[in-house]
Design a binder for this molecule. Sequence first.
Ligand code: NDP
Length: 449
Amino acid sequence: MNAKEYEESFMNELIAKNPGEKEFHQAVQEVVESVAPYVVESPQLMKMKVLERIVEPERVIMFRVPWVNDAGEVMINKGYRIQMNSAIGPYKGGVRFHSSVNLSILKFLAFEQTFKNSLTTLPMGGGKGGSNFDPKGKSDMEIMRFCQSFITELFRHIGADTDVPAGDIGVGGREVAYMFGQYKRLSNEFTGTFTGKGIAFGGSLMRPEATGYGACYFGESMLATLGDSYKGKKVCISGSGNVAQFAAKKCLELGAEVLTMSDSNGYIFDPDGINSEKLQYIFQLKNVLRGRIREYVTKYPAAKYVAGERPWGEVCDIAMPCATQNELNGEQAATLLANGCKCVVEGANMPTTPEAIAAFQKAKILYSPGKASNAGGVATSGLEMSQNSMRIGWSSEEVDARLHGIMSNIHAMCVKYGTESDGYINYVKGANIAGFMKVADAMLAQGIV
Ligand code: NDP
């Protein structure tokens, strides 16, 4: 069987076994396309059905999350944890609270996480969890009661050497702290079972910054392959949450101009650039006031707010999608290319659709998948786990230096496995092959489990 035939029959079987899970199919398709040529050449991988085992979660936990809102009403949400793969370490991956959360989205995220964690070189398996709970507009007490109920069930399935959750969309420092508090209470142990904790109780310096900063470090390495850098570049960023905020901050430090940010209702474009003072306002608006990005134009009237749109119609050199999956489609990719965009660095997970990826690769511009360029977040979570195990805390400089080193190393692996005969670096292929090889080797060694 050649690679194309293997890929087709593999995907047909996957879709039949996991009907309706379109995001999961999309994530698997991208990996299988990259690794199929490698798998069909390996009798061991074929015989031991390593790829067939990798796409099947080791365990899926689904549960009821009942809680009481401020009006005294009983509310019921769905809770999930996907324990995808533990071949190279305990399950590790974030928790997402968003109304769109379902099994397909969490399986795609847990699957991607397995390869991303492998790329960091740290001993972490893949996992992801969450709920269809929507934190928007909820009071602090409602958030706390929800987090406590969520953990009341989940606590029995996680642990510092078993499964270590962290934040993701809708889950930041506040939510991690509430979950950690309830976990500690139920388990009667103070352990590193969560990452993204507050600094006062075992969190790592630089963890909030890590995903956005790491994406920019990765982007710098990509641009360096062309003798270029962020300096003087126009950057369009989507999202205004954790990843977007710190990506914007690092872009400014690297001498770039940030033109846009967004949320799920629309985007803002500031023709004068979002400078540090304006970015500080966004930090305050989103993290303290928990407001909407459109409020930016009231404060800075020279900017415009475009409701219901993504920022990809604006002219830029670098695009950094940092909001959510499938937020940059083929048509928008064509517009970015026509406007001279040279580099796309994913801060979010799977923000670019397959059509858009194909367009960027056909145009041979720099394009990196999130599993490589946003791995700085989980890498720093891995560093938080190490600090917790050793019961010490590293300085910001030390964590940042390690983060920088890890991102450079991931870039080097992408170059090693992704460089094509004409010299073009296919970061998708590089990341998928490098991430897969380590997990596959560990699975082969551990037998059929
Ligand atoms: P946050 O919740 O802090 O921010 C998410 C941002 O994306 C918000 O601005 C939000 O807007 C916007 N957004 C969410 N859903 C949608 C949607 N359906 N359409 C348009 N905009 C949307 O999350 P993070 O910044 O932590 O995560 C952003 C992305 O980065 C996700 O893909 C996540 O998986 C990925 N990631 C995060 C890591 C981390 O360390 N936090 C690590 C690696 C990847 P609104 O306020 O309207 O919801």
